[in-house]
Design a protein around this ligand. Sequence first.
Ligand SMILES: [Zn+2]
Length: 247
Amino acid sequence: MSELTWMPILMYHRIVEQEPPVDPDRICTSVGRLADHLDLLAAHDFAAVPLELACRPPEHGEGRRFAITFDDGYEETLRLAQPVLEARSLPATVFVVSSMIGGNATWNDEPRPLLTRTQLLDLHASGMFIGSHGRNHRRLSTLEPPAIQDEVQGSREELEQLLGVAVRFIAYPHHDLDARVAAAAASAGYAGAAGGRAGRHERYNLHRIDAGRMSTRELLLHASGLHRWARRQPMARAVRRAAVRFF
Ligand SMILES: [Zn+2]
């Protein structure tokens, strides 16, 4: 498989009016912070593109690209995140847990309401791409093959039935995967799969930047690829410190 050209893919979870003082899961991003992130990247000539383009080489002369993703499908994605994106005409992908639509996220410190069916359809109608986040938000690498298939392919079928369009991407719950899980995503027909910070940026383990609590300076460092590059250098820590000063 040919190597993909890395591009920044931002990962967010809950979007909230105000970030709580205590956020043990580190999943809350204020509307203001999200808007600051997107405006900063625009000011640095980053163009938001659909996730689909993460799997294609950049076209000749194409400038800096990035993609925006939201995990879990909290009801706030429609109420608080969508208006920020719409005001800027930016594409984004929301990864939802297909058997828990209208329920509560039970995997965080405290349960939080997820999008209902109607809200999900509204989000989709507004232009947001919908991806799978499994059927039940399970750690896929801990499952037997039939259960992996049920989570990966079953969620795709459930969402496609609801939305009436092809579901092209999956994000692994807890960013947890192994070779079997990635193979299941490929054979279920996904165009690609999103991992987390440890993603190697392969088609079925796309690297994502955990942008949720980043300052604009940190975000720029990560989006520029400098952080990723610095991590691979022998004197990683010193290089990273120098890079932070540079920004
Ligand atoms: Zn999740």
